[in-house]
Each structure stands twice: as structure tokens, then as C-alpha cells.
Design a protein around this ligand. Structure first.
Ligand code: ADP
Length: 485
């Protein structure tokens, strides 16, 4: 979940999950509250009816005439009162302070200890201010919702309590239909919404992916003329693209100035260097030069030759960067080219007793620039000889690999450390920078950069495999012309 898409979806999932949970809790509790209201209204209706029966009976409440103030021994309720009370639903009781005057069938079914508990609660717990409440019982699986009305049907008689109750079972049990709806629909809503948010986040972030891909294509320094597409200036991403475009334009300007400077400077240096070399050669061959002056003149000549090489390489790369180098494409016979380079390499290798062998299996032609391809091959071969100790071996090989021409230069030399491999094609990069300065191997670190440019300019690639102390193999692959026949 490192991507913005993942994080957005996760944040949405958490927010949606919490919302659904809160919503479920509110739904369940409001449905429970509604059910409780229904229960209370039902019991209230029953107790009001019961009280009305008692109040209307008046002196006919009992089946005998009541002796005034004889509240201790009340006679049973009259048959008509009992009949009307029996018609009421739920639990119905009429009690005074010491006796139960009436209890309907349902109330009589309660365990004796539950009847006692109910009577205790009715007599003590419920007051005119608090006439209703829940009483827990053993006989039924739930609590009993009880409401009490106090009636005094006959003057000076002690008050009677009319009790109506109903099981709160429907409250205790889960509200199944709602619960089942929540259980089925909420996970479904959750999963579908999270999937939709994943898809939507992907859709909205797609322009960012495009922006990254476009920028990646531009960032190599040679495509700075390209710009990111901008559709409008209202969208944040378009505004970002516009800002990046302005930055690329400034970069393009600086790069161009830098390249122009390198190209111009190299170009300007060429003439004085040529004059210097000519002057040095003339001085060395003049009759007035003394033998002790010769070594200094020779060194100056060698250094000016090195400098001319450097200026040449810099000019090549600067022009390549500017795109001012045209590749003159013609059909090039690579077998002939490698044979030619092999001859030069054999002469170069002789001094260091390095045997250079050629392994060409078949003729391969490519469409390319003969001069540049020769330079590329020669760069690799001179490196192979330069970095191989006396008595080593160098092999130049050419083969066709499908649609590609592959030529490689293998040596048994010092090799390149794995940590150095990513840098060897960088400009001015040399593995033994300090040791080689001014020494016999005094390259400038530009040869491979030029080789890589030539390979790329031909639509090819250059690769290296090397092990320190064991040798290296540089392989160049370039699209080949279809084989004849
Ligand atoms: P240089 O002019 O220094 O040879 P290159 O660009 O041709 O510059 O090579 C860059 C560096 O890569 C060299 O300095 C050397 O350290 C390393 N290198 C190139 N070719 C080989 C090779 N065949 N064997 C070992 N090291 C090599």
C-alpha cells in the first residue's frame, strides 16, 4: 500500500467501514427504541383499561357489600369485574397492600418465586412518579415490562394497584430482519464500494502515470525538445505539467548553451593544436636542436597529440549531443571491417606480446556509417589491448543473432570490478584514474562513451561482461541487413 492509489483506497475503505458500523448501530438502536415505545404504549393501554374497569365498578367492585374501613378483609372481586379484566391481554393483576385480588391466567403461570418478586416490585419499587419499569424473572426467557396504576374505587378504602405487564422478549432478541439485512447488505456494499474506489482512483491517477512515462522519456537529456501534453489550465495535473514544461525549457536552454560551448571550445582548440604540433615537429627536425632538448620536445609532441585526441573526442560527443552528426548510412560488410581492425590490432598487440585472434563465422551486413563503426570497434580493441597484461589474448568475434549483427571483443586482461561496471560508459570515467594519469595507459575516459553513442546511433546497444582479474567481453549488437538468399 505504498502507492497513492492504494492509500486512497485504504483511507476510503476505513472511512466507509466506520460509517457503515455507525449507521448499523444507529439503525439497530433506533429500531429497538421504536419497539420499546410500542411495548410501553401497549402495556399503558392495558393498565389504563384495567384501571377504568376498577374505577367504573365503584361499589359494585366486590361480590359483597363492603363494610366501610374494613380494608383488612376484602371480599373477592365481583364476577362482572373479573370477566372484564380477563378480557385484557398480557399479564394483569389487581393487588392491595397484602393480598392479590385478581391475577389472570398468564400471571398465575409464573413460578411462585417470580410471582413474589413481581408483587414485591409492584408494592415497593413503583411509585406514582415512577409507575413503570423492567422486572427480571426466571419463568420467562426475558424481563417483564410492568406498569402500575393506583386506584381508589371506593372512598376511604385503601388504594388498589392495577398492574399490567408484557414480556420484553421482542426487545431482548436481536431485531432479526434488520440484523440480517445489515449482515448481508453492508459487507456487499463495502466490497463493491472499495472495488469501485480502487477502479476510480486508478482512473483519476492514470494521468499521473502518463506524466511519469512522458517525463521518463524526456529525462535522458537528448529529448529536452519534447514537452508534456497540457490540455487545459484548470486541472492540477495540467498545471503541474505546465510548470515542468517551463523547467524543461530552461534546462534545454542551459544544456544547449553548454553543448555549444564545448563544441565551440573544442573546435577553436583544434587549429592552435595543429599549429603547435607542426611547430614541434619542425623544431625537432631542425639542425640547431641539441640532443638534451630532444626528450622535452618529444614529450611536448606526445602531450599535444594526446590533447588533439581529447579535443577530437570532445568535439565528437558535443556534436553528437547537438544532433549535428549525421550517420551516413550505407551497407557495411562487418566481416571485412573486423578483418581490417584485426590487422591494426595485431600490430598494436605485438608490442605487448598479445595475440589477437579473429573469429568470423559468416558474413554480416548492416546499414551504417563505416567510419563510425570502425571507430567503435577500434575503441574496444585498443581498450582490450591497453588493459591486458603482456602475453594475454584478445579475440574479435562476429556472428549473426537472428535479426542482429553481434560483434564482440574479448580479452584476458585485468577485468572491471562489478561496482565499476555501471559507470564505465560515463564520460571521463576511468577505473584507475590516478595511476593512469599521464602514464602509458593515459586515456581520457571518453572512448567507451563514444562507442556507446555510435552503437545507439545505429539503433543498437553495447553490453559488457567482466570479472576482475579474469578479463572482459564487450558486445555490440546492431540490427543486421537481411541475409542474402
Ligand atoms: P580510456 O580512454 O580511459 O580507456 P574508456 O572510456 O575507453 O576510456 O574506458 C573507460 C574505463 O573503462 C577505462 O579507464 C578502464 O578503466 C575501463 N575499461 C575499458 N575497457 C576495459 C577493458 N577491456 N578491460 C578493463 N577495463 C576496461
Amino acid at each position: 500500500m505504498r502507492t497513492i492509489r492504494g492509500r486512497l483506497t485504504l483511507a476510503y475503505a476505513v472511512a466507509l467501514g466506520v460509517t457503515l458500523l455507525v449507521f448499523a448501530a444507529i439503525m439497530l438502536s433506533s429500531s429497538r427504541a421504536a419497539q420499546q415505545r410500542v411495548l410501553q404504549e401497549r402495556v399503558d393501554g392495558v393498565v389504563t383499561l384495567g384501571s377504568a374497569v376498577i374505577a367504573q365498578a365503584g361499589t359494585g367492585l366486590f361480590d359483597r357489600v363492603l363494610v366501610a374501613e374494613d380494608s383488612a378483609r376484602l371480599p373477592p372481586l365481583s364476577a362482572s369485574v373479573v370477566r372484564r379484566l380477563a378480557a385484557l391481554p398480557g399479564y394483569v393483576l389487581v393487588v392491595d397492600s397484602s393480598r392479590v385480588l385478581y391475577a389472570n391466567g398468564l400471571a398465575l403461570q409464573l413460578y411462585a418465586r417470580d410471582q413474589d418478586a413481581l408483587l414485591r416490585a409492584v408494592r415497593r419499587a413503583f411509585t406514582p412518579e415512577q409507575p413503570a419499569g423492567f422486572v427480571p424473572l426466571d419463568s420467562i426467557p426475558s424481563r417483564l415490562y410492568v406498569q402500575v396504576h393506583i386506584e381508589r374505587p371506593v372512598e376511604r378504602m385503601q388504594p388498589l394497584r392495577v398492574v399490567a405487564a408484557s414480556s420484553a422478549e421482542e426487545l431482548e432478541l436481536f431485531n432479526l430482519p434488520i440484523f440480517a439485512t445489515i449482515l448481508v447488505s453492508f459487507p456487499l456494499i463495502f466490497v463493491l464500494s472499495v472495488l469501485a474506489s480502487w477502479a476510480l482512483a486508478g482512473t483519476y491517477l492514470q494521468p499521473v502515470d502518463h506524466l511519469i512515462a512522458d517525463l521518463e522519456a524526456i529525462q535522458d537529456g537528448r529529448s529536452l525538445h519534447r514537452r508534456l501534453p497540457v490540455e487545459s489550465d484548470e486541472n492540477e495535473l495540467d498545471r503541474l505539467a505546465e510548470t515542468i514544461n517551463r523547467m524543461i525549457a530552461r534546462l534545454e536552454g542551459s544544456f544547449a548553451a553548454l553543448r555549444r560551448f564545448t563544441a565551440d571550445a573544442s573546435h577553436e582548440l583544434k587549429t592552435p593544436l595543429t599549429v603547435m604540433r607542426a611547430d614541434l615537429e619542425r623544431a625537432m627536425s631542425s639542425p640547431g636542436v641539441t640532443p638534451d632538448q630532444l626528450p622535452a620536445l618529444e614529450e611536448a609532441l606526445a602531450e599535444s597529440a594526446r590533447m588533439a585526441d581529447l579535443v577530437d573526442s570532445l568535439l565528437t560527443l558535443a556534436r553528437a549531443d547537438e544532433g549535428r552528426f549525421d550517420i551516413h548510412r550505407e551497407s557495411v560488410d562487418l566481416a571485412a571491417l573486423t578483418a581490417d581492425v584485426h590487422e591494426t590490432a595485431t600490430i598494436l598487440g605485438e608490442g605487448a606480446a598479445i595475440a589477437v585472434t579473429l573469429a568470423v563465422n559468416e558474413p554480416v551486413h548492416v546499414l551504417g556509417d563505416m567510419v563510425r563503426l570502425r571507430q567503435l570497434l577500434l575503441n574496444l580493441v585498443t581498450n582490450a589491448i591497453k588493459y591486458t597484461p603482456r602475453g594475454g589474448a584478445v579475440t574479435i568475434a562476429l556472428e549473426r543473432r537472428g535479426d542482429l549483427a553481434a560483434f564482440s571483443v574479448h580479452d584476458t586482461g585485468q577485468g572491471i570490478a562489478a561496482a565499476d561496471l555501471p559507470f564505465i560508459f560515463d564520460r571521463f570515467w576511468r577505473a584507475d584514474r590516478v595511476r593512469s594519469r599521464g602514464g602509458e595507459r593515459g586515456g581520457f575516459g571518453l572512448g567507451l562513451a563514444i562507442a556507446q553513442w555510435i552503437a545507439h546511433a545505429h539503433g543498437g546497444a553495447i553490453n559488457v561482461a567482466s570479472r576482475l582479474g579474469r578479463g572482459s567481453t564487450f558486445t555490440v549488437t546492431i540490427p543486421a541487413e537481411p541475409a542474402a538468399g
